[in-house]
Design a protein around this ligand. Structure first.
Ligand code: 4LM
Length: 395
């Protein structure tokens, strides 16, 4: 289907698949095969050497994962993509491919807990230095770049405190210094924000979240230039991590992506209504949400995001004790980590997703002990607000 100029929703439903080809199946088939047959020994050799196109073995690709890759590359505005078995698999597979021993990587102050653990425990083992810089201040980046710096990695909005990094400003500085930039776009999704269009080289995703959207799978994705994605697949994924996505999970992500635009708009509507309620509540002392005018990231988010998303961080009176009381009283919101599901989820980063940081590190990396993270789902907004109200009354 020729759909290069079609809109986001049309492409998220159709890109890369022609139902009239083959047997006429409306839904793309799920290829459940670990290996692929070679017509002759010569063909097998030619496929291994890359002279002949065609599938070889599941760790190098499968028609179902290939369709998901084509669709994600298109939606993010990148040349190519590689999908992985989790978001963690995406970050590790990309960085194992493009970093070498002795390199330095600049990252923002705040990262998802396991990304932080990988940077500090994993990359450190390979003699790769990770330097935290306040990337919400592009001037700070200029002074931080050293002779061994190879690239910049950040999340925006960041997990869990919703810091917003100006993608265009950071990428401009990085490019001028010959550095690549990788953005974790999990919180925003390509519907709300497209880092490659703003100058980034790579995008990574936890497709477990909004892309899948239904809390029933783990998946990840890397999007970037075709030559590097070939290297990511043929070395990072095949030899280093082996973090291969199954065809059934690729099928579920493809199904999730079909409704990404409608889900994200409803997520944003609900989150905006929840924030309007929380902003007037006397027990709420702080709100971080890219669409809340008093949040520091508001102006940059207005520029680079279509809408502010549905993740927020709040603090209530009484710090963590108050937050705990509120969390334990929730009835519609589910107490669980992860995000981007139909169900609204609530969790306490300091003791859960960001417990890999020490207490001192959390302070240094701007993750307060009392922060409560909300992933606003797709329920009726009146029920979400009523639930938060009754829970806050218990604080
Ligand atoms: C969570 N997050 O926060 P997999 N990048 C970002 C993330 O939030 C996550 C990953 C990567 C949470 C999981 C428990 C910004 C995960 C890693 O979980 O490996 O798909 O993604 O609650």
């Amino acid at each position: 289907m020729e759909n290069g100029k079609k809109g986001f929703s049309t492409r998220s439903i159709h890109h890369g698949y022609d139902p009239y080809a083959g047997v006429g199946s409306l839904t793309p088939p799920v290829y459940m095969s670990s290996t692929f047959a070679f017509p002759t020994v010569e063909d097998g050799g030619a496929r291994f050497s890359g002279e002949q196109a065609g599938y070889v073995y599941g760790r190098l690709g499968n028609p179902t994962t290939a369709l998901l890759e084509a669709r994600l590359a298109d939606l993010e505005g990148g040349e190519a993509a590689v999908v992985t078995s989790s978001g963690q698999g995406a970050t590790t597979t990309l960085l194992y491919t493009i970093l070498e021993s002795g390199d330095e990587l600049i990252v923002d102050q705040t990262l998802y807990g396991c990304t932080y653990a990988f940077m500090h425990r994993g990359l450190a083992k390979m003699n790769i230095r990770v330097k935290h810089v306040d990337l919400t201040d592009p001037v700070a980046l200029v002074g931080a770049i050293g002779p061994n710096t190879r690239g910049i990695f950040f999340e925006t909005p960041a997990n869990p405190n919703l810091r917003v990094v100006d993608i265009e400003a950071i990428c401009r500085i990085a490019k001028a210094r010959g550095l690549w930039t990788a953005v974790d776009n999990t919180y925003a999704t390509p519907y709300l924000q497209r880092p490659i269009e703003l100058g980034a080289d790579y995008v990574v995703h936890s497709a477990t979240k909004y892309l899948g959207g239904h809390g029933d799978l783990l998946a990840g994705a890397i999007i970037g230039p075709r030559d590097v994605m070939n290297e990511v697949r043929n070395f990072g994924l095949k030899d280093m991590t082996g973090a291969v996505l199954s065809s059934q999970d690729a099928h579920l992500v493809l199904r999730g992506i079909k409704t990404l635009a409608v889900r994200m708009d409803r997520h944003c509507d609900n989150a905006e209504a929840v924030v309007a309620f929380l902003a007037t509540h006397p027990k709420v002392v702080h709100i971080d949400y890219p669409g809340y005018a008093k949040s520091v990231g508001y102006c940059v988010a207005q520029r680079q995001m279509k809408r502010p998303g549905a993740m927020m961080a709040i603090e209530v009176v009484g710090g963590f004790e108050g937050g705990k009381r509120m969390l334990n009283a929730l009835e519609v919101f589910i107490r669980a980590v992860s995000l981007g599901d139909c169900e609204s989820l609530a969790q306490h980063p300091a003791s859960m997703t960001h417990s890999f940081y020490t207490k001192e590190e959390r302070e240094l990396h701007l993750i307060s002990e009392g922060l409560v993270r909300l992933s606003v789902g797709l329920e009726d907004k009146e029920d979400l607000i009523a639930d938060l109200k009754q829970a806050l009354d218990r604080v």
